[in-house]
Design a protein around this ligand. Structure first.
Ligand code: BYC
Length: 474
């Protein structure tokens, strides 16, 4: 059932495309449309540059990636599924203990298509959101990381497009085409999920995006890796390998900004970070509040019939379902959830299956809290009195139970007027955007970094910080 890695054909893959002419031809006809999309919506102004990129070339734990200079349009976007050693069993929901599906079961076709299309849609969306950031990159190191993230999101789109072409016939073909037609932030043909239509126009937002939004990706992919639909589970498994680097970019990028801000605060006689050309802690906090709250929405409603159905049918599991849980039916438990009733917060018990979105959101929040703790430790080490926090899960929500109400960052119910009065204090806004745009001038000398961010502790792979990660500028 595992095909060998084929790197010499038009679409590198380990899914046996050479022996599957129908799907191969379909994907080969999608390829030029994908490239047209990349030439229109990718980081187009950097197409002539040589970028020192990682390319996936196999699925072996050691040596799955190759590093070299590549021009982005020549990147070899491939399709790789983690191989199965033996026949796997469904381990989520009502069919636990029966063999996984290698084909889509008719009764789950619509649900699976919807999940795959939603996942797929986020990949090109993020490339679109980030397409102009190369112009204001704080270093060649960071510019290269941005492009690494971009090409790999493109590869994740390929992974999902393959599933659509291989398993969903005519509908799959149409969905794959539409993935290249929707546009982030376009009111007439927006991307599917809210966070993927928000502008990401500066590097503080880019690092918050890779920290918080890519982290939603980590948890959604981890839930889909538990799926009874084996090709989806195996695709997501391999995508997670690449995703780890994107999370590193976000978490360490924010840490480097926080470090530099603490340093600049000490340099300025009045502790005014902006006067020193840096990013003050209040702006960092507003950025965290903004992106974290939009990303909480990506987990869907707190009480969700969709989530219960996906779990029952074995389409989506919990984070590390196989390792962490012994009861894979989840028919018994209840989840205690704060809800608004009669204009006050009260706790309601929800059957566990209906609370699966919330169970996954809990894991996500825990992981984000871990990172914030690390940043605060760094602030303490630098003798800064500032501390960063995550806002309450109820703050600034657009999906689910809390979307119709207003809460302060501590999670207290407040009026719409109170929220509006504080919006500028709590959330990244136009004044911040203007200031951030004013300081984010490109730095392209190898080993040099913009004033508002500290250098990383080391270079990438075997390279130094001074390495020319992107070259061949006009
Ligand atoms: N925005 O039952 P509900 C990544 C809709 S990120 C807009 O509450 P459900 C990446 C929902 O579609 C990971 N609409 O939620 C990161 C439904 O609409 P319909 C992406 C939303 O279905 C960075 C209605 O509200 N992967 O990989 O249980 C860079 C009620 O839905 C939103 C996935 O998302 C929203 N935020 O859960 C690159 C995994 N939330 O059908 C990549 C696949 C909900 O009534 N997706 N709605 O019209 C899923 O599993 C689920 O669709 C969701 C929603 C978790 C998103």
């Amino acid at each position: 059932m595992n095909a060998k890695v084929d790197l010499d054909c038009r679409i590198p893959n380990n899914v046996g495309l050479a022996d599957d002419p129908k799907v191969r031809r379909a994907l080969e006809s999608w390829q030029p449309k994908y490239l047209d999309w990349w030439h229109e919506m990718g980081p187009t102004d950097f197409e002539p540059n040589d970028v020192w990129l990682r390319t996936a070339i196999s699925v072996e734990a050691d040596g799955w990636a190759h590093y070299d200079y590549v021009k982005m349009p020549d990147y070899r976007w491939g399709i790789f599924l983690t191989p199965r050693e033996q026949e796997a069993m469904i381990h989520v929901g009502d069919l636990t203990g029966t063999p996984v599906w290698n084909e889509v079961p008719g009764e789950h076709r619509n649900a699976l298509r919807r999940i795959i299309v939603t996942q797929a849609d986020t990949e090109p969306a993020s490339v679109e959101q980030q397409r102009l950031l190369g112009h204001s990159a704080p270093s060649l190191y960071d510019m290269r990381n941005l492009f690494q993230v971009n090409v790999e999101e493109g590869r994740h789109l390929w992974a999902m497009a393959y599933l659509l072409y291989k398993h969903f016939g005519k509908d799959g073909r149409e969905e794959a085409e539409e993935l290249l037609e929707r546009r982030s932030g376009n009111p007439d043909k927006p991307r599917i999920l809210g966070a993927f239509n928000q502008p990401c126009s500066n590097w503080l937002s880019f690092f918050a995006f890779t920290m918080f939004t890519d982290r939603d990706g980590k948890f959604q992919l981890a839930a889909l890796r538990e799926s009874g639909f084996d090709p989806l589970a195996r695709s997501c498994d391999f995508m997670l390998t690449e995703e780890a680097f994107h999370l590193f970019v976000g978490e360490t990028g924010l840490a480097r900004i926080i470090q530099r801000s603490a340093e600049l605060e000490k340099i300025d006689p009045e502790g005014d970070v902006r006067r020193q050309g840096g990013i003050d802690m209040a702006t960092i906090q507003r950025t965290i509040n903004y992106w974290f709250s939009y990303c909480l929405d990506l987990f869907g409603g707190e009480i969700s019939n969709n989530a219960a159905t996906y779990f029952a049918a074995g389409l989506k599991g919990r984070f590390k379902e196989g390792e962490r849980y012994s009861d894979h039916l989840a028919l018994e438990g209840m989840y205690r959830m704060p809800v608004v009733e009669n204009e006050r917060l009260t706790v309601r018990e929800v059957p566990l299956r209906n609370a699966m979105n919330e169970v996954l959101r809990d894991e996500y929040i825990k992981d984000c809290e871990r990172a914030v703790k690390k940043w605060n430790k760094l602030l303490a080490e630098l003798d800064s009195t500032h501390r960063l926090t995550l806002p309450s899960r109820r703050f600034h929500r657009h999906q689910g139970l809390y979307a119709d109400f207003h809460f302060d960052p501590a999670g207290n119910l407040i009026s719409a007027a109170e929220f509006e009065a504080k919006r500028g204090e709590w959330l990244l806004g136009p004044d911040d955007e203007r200031y951030l745009a004013s300081i984010m001038k490109p730095v392209r000398e190898p080993g040099k970094f913009a004033n508002w961010i500290a250098p990383p502790s080391h270079g990438l792979k075997s390279q130094t910080i001074e390495f020319e990660y992107v070259r061949n500028f006009d």
